[in-house]
Design a protein around this ligand. Structure first.
Ligand SMILES: Nc1ncnc2c1ncn2[C@@H]1O[C@H](COP(=O)(O)OP(=O)(O)OP(=O)(O)O)[C@@H](O)[C@H]1O
Ligand SMILES: [Mg+2]
Length: 390
């Protein structure tokens, strides 16, 4: 069928043509944020789940909805290897400028901007990747101790006060939260805790890989009272069907039931894979309805695409020892697996395999769903490893 009309949108953070099965989470996010704006007790959300499960698009949906309701949102993607102050400074700066455009300047906003200037200057020594904010005015004694936890707490307090003056809230939306170094995450959580206790309208909503739950908990034991950790999982069959069929229906195209079954069986309901299979089925089909044969054709094409992109980019970041570890895991199946069994498969002692396991966790390739267990963060990665290293 006409590839120009193909509605599917495989990609990282690409909004899907139909955001299926997430209504309840979208509402939960909105309720929490509106309560915080209204200075009522609420726990914000930390969304966690595997690669390609739809965390980023969900986080963005919640963010854009709240922005439309008048909240000030601060989108942040935590890159590997940058410091939190360095990524916070420019994004907070632009959020404060947006706040200033709303109405005539009030005292709180100037103070928040000066706090940000002090924050950037004071922490520049410790976090030399800070590039932005050094040009801002600053104020002696305000968020400038040079100690991250103290300074970020003061900074968020001034930002909360500026937001309160305007009857709004400022919400940081941090994606890939697992990449924020643990002691910096601890400082941030502590600052948010203080905002929460003072009913200051500043909060964070975040998303990350499953390891984010343990990291946040280790960083601050009260993280669970501050945030609701919400698993984002593959779609239930009904939602998966909707994700696949509704976009086609909007173009007047149907799927044969046997085609849907094939696609659900192959994708296991993982949103990213549904987009890939939808796209390739559409391209393979001559006409509506899309048949089982078209879907099988799509399986070949989609796996091919995944192997050279989605899986490949992750594979290319691995050291030879890490590849061997993942290959041993794949040999045991989809997982999760006992770490001892993986070590056995490698012919190593658990302690000898531990450093490689740790580096794979740090890279976000695997996580520990329960003590002593190891699982892939990328769905269907076991199959890829077997295809790539037969
Ligand atoms: N609820 C949904 N219904 C249909 N498609 C979805 C849904 N959620 C996400 N998708 C699609 O799945 C793909 C992956 O989404 P997204 O990038 O948000 O995943 P992610 O969990 O952030 O992955 P990663 O961990 O790699 O960042 C996108 O192509 C998106 O359009
Ligand atoms: Mg993402």
């Amino acid at each position: 069928m006409d590839p120009r009309l193909n509605p599917y949108a495989p990609g990282a953070g690409t909004p899907p043509p139909e955001l299926a099965g997430r209504d309840e989470l979208v509402t939960r996010g909105a309720v929490a944020l509106d309560r915080i704006r209204g200075r009522r007790a609420a726990r914000s959300l930390i969304l966690y789940g595997l690669r390609g499960v739809g965390k980023t698009v969900l986080l963005n949906r919640i963010r854009l909805d709240s922005e439309a309701r008048g909240l000030i949102t601060v989108p942040i993607e935590a890159p590997e290897g940058r410091s939190l102050p360095a990524i916070l400074t420019p994004t907070l700066r632009s959020a404060l400028f947006r706040l200033s455009r709303r109405e005539a300047a009030k005292a709180g906003l100037g103070k928040a901007l000066r706090a940000l200037g002090s924050f950037a200057r004071a922490l520049k020594l410790k976090y030399d990747d800070i590039e932005v904010g050094l040009d801002l005015d600053y104020e002696r004694g305000l968020a400038d101790s040079g100690e991250l936890e103290t300074d970020i707490t003061e900074l968020l307090a001034t930002i909360g006060a500026a937001a309160a003056e305007r009857n709004t809230a400022v919400a940081l939306f941090i994606d890939e939260l697992q990449y924020v170094p643990e002691e910096q995450l601890a400082a941030l959580i502590s600052a948010l805790h203080s905002s929460n206790q003072n009913q200051s309208p500043v909060t964070m909503m975040a998303a990350g890989l499953p390891q984010v739950v343990g990291r946040a908990g280790r960083a601050k034991s009260y993280a669970e009272r501050l945030f609701e950790f919400v698993p984002v999982d593959r779609l239930e069959p009904e939602a998966a069907r909707a994700a696949l069929c509704i976009p086609a229906e909007k173009e007047g195209v149907k799927f044969a039931n046997s085609a849907i079954e094939e696609i659900l069986r192959q994708t296991l309901g993982y949103p990213y894979f549904l987009q890939e299979w939808g796209k390739h089925s559409w391209d393979a089909a001559e006409r509506s309805p899309i048949t089982r044969k078209d879907a099988q054709h799509a399986t070949v094409q989609a796996l091919n695409d995944l192997d050279v992109s989605f899986f490949r980019v992750r594979f290319d970041r691995l050291t030879p020892a890490e590849k061997r570890y993942l290959r041993a895991m794949a040999q045991l199946g989809a997982g999760p697996h006992r770490s001892g069994d993986i070590a056995d498969q490698l012919g190593q002692k658990v302690t000898a395999a531990a450093p490689v396991r740790n580096s794979l966790i740090a890279k976000g390739m695997i996580y520990s769903p329960a003590h002593g267990d190891t699982a892939f963060t990328v769905p269907l990665f076991d199959g890829f490893m077997k295809r790539t290293i037969p």
